[in-house]
Design a protein around this ligand. Structure first.
Ligand code: ATP
Ligand code: MG
Length: 365
């Protein structure tokens, strides 16, 4: 997929304009607080209509303006297409190829992008929930069925947890626990299987990117850490069996703690660089390179599944990386359309082929 042109009107601090990126690497350059991330966010908004910064719709409208509008012309699914989103108050009006749509979710099937922003470093720096969220959102994006499984799992987990709290006070309720166990075990087994399959695909691509970014010096690995001893290669039935055994063994603990202590919602993925846990031992630059590799791998897996290469949006990626690692990002990713924001003059000069957009006080040149 390639963006051919993006038009914005009253969008954040950006002056109204139409920009035409190149097919390869586009560098968005400027000092702090000029509008670089705002521009990158505008490219992302067509992936379902939500900001990657968690902003509300009305925060996207330029101060004092009545609405904001973004229009994109892109090449995808072997043809030129258009889409637009108008933000007014907290409402969105979406059109795809001049046909009005009820929801911005309709854009997801048409337009695909992967974004890296500095908050994604939490994928390594923080606890397991960040990594589960990353994997779960990727598998849900791949198949709608996975989103249904995940939502059933979470719903049943909440119900089981509230029952566990009641059992503590009313032990006679224990026999009703199995009502929730059946659904939790079944959906849990499917979820774990999907996560493991996804991680195996992701690891292969991420390791290649990380090897490239680190100049052939570092080996990246990802391991699924299961609280139920599930292993790569296990069938859904085998995982289900292991989950049943774990639940049986941890039932007393669950009742004592008033929550489900083991299962898919407690699993983690360990990210290793040269055999060592990246959260504990990797340097800032290594952690950044690893997260970037995961994001680029996410794009590669998505492109194999969808038959379409997503656009890659990299916000503030250059800081903490040495010039060799920066060079990889600027000059070795040219098989897809990339947008990179940066503040350093030297990054602009490092770019061998591509297009540079200067952003100054919302004006793009
Ligand atoms: P940095 O290098 O520090 O990341 P940046 O160029 O990425 O800077 P942006 O995050 O794009 O900066 O923000 C640029 C400016 O846009 C900010 O100063 C912010 O106050 C302003 N801004 C944010 N939302 C709006 C809005 N709705 N209307 C007008 N201006 C806004
Ligand atoms: Mg920024």
């Amino acid at each position: 997929m390639k963006v051919l042109a993006l038009k914005f009107e009253n969008y954040r601090n950006l002056d109204d304009a139409i920009i035409t990126p190149c097919d390869g690497v586009n560098v968005i350059y400027g000092d702090n607080a000029q509008g670089k991330t705002n521009l990158l966010e505008a490219f992302w908004m067509f992936c379902g209509g939500h900001s990657f910064r968690g902003s509300k719709d009305n925060e996207l409208i330029g101060f004092g303006k009545p609405f904001a509008k973004l229009e994109v012309r892109f090449f995808g699914q072997d043809r030129e297409q258009t889409a637009s989103i108008k933000f007014k108050g907290n409402k969105k009006q979406v059109e795809i190829n001049s046909v009005a749509k009820n929801s911005a979710a309709a854009l997801i099937e048409k337009y695909c992008a992967v974004v890296f922003s500095p908050e994604h470093l939490n994928l390594i720096k923080r606890g397991p929930s960040e990594r589960r969220k990353f994997i779960d959102s990727a598998i849900c994006r791949e198949k709608l069925k996975n989103a249904v499984v995940l939502s059933k799992y979470n719903r049943t987990l909440n119900q089981r947890n509230s029952l566990l709290k009641d059992i503590y006070r009313h032990p006679e309720l224990e026999e009703t626990l199995s009502i929730w166990d059946n659904s939790l075990l079944l959906n849990g087994a499917i979820l774990i299987k999907q996560r493991m399959e996804y991680l195996q695909m992701l690891e292969k691509r991420a390791a290649e990117y990380h090897f490239g970014i680190s100049g052939g010096k570092e080996q990246l690995e990802i391991r699924y850490l299961s609280t139920t001893n599930a292993e790569y290669g296990d069938s859904i039935e085998q995982i289900h069996q292991k989950l049943c055994e774990t639940f049986e063994q941890s039932r007393a603990d669950d009742i004592r703690n008033g929550c489900t202590t083991k299962g898919a919602h407690r699993d983690d993925a360990e990210i290793l660089i040269n055999g060592k846990n990246a959260r504990l031992y990797a340097s800032q630059g290594q952690q950044r390179s690893a997260v970037l590799s995961l994001k680029l791998a996410e794009a590669a897996v998505l492109s194999e599944r969808m038959g379409e290469k997503p656009i890659i949006l990299l916000d503030d990626v250059m800081s903490e990386l040495d010039s060799k690692r920066q060079d990889f990002l600027l000059n070795k990713l040219d098989d897809c359309q990339v947008f990179i924001t940066c503040c350093e003059q030297s990054n602009k000069e490092q770019l061998k082929h591509g297009k540079i957009f200067n952003v100054c006080n919302g004006v793009i040149s």
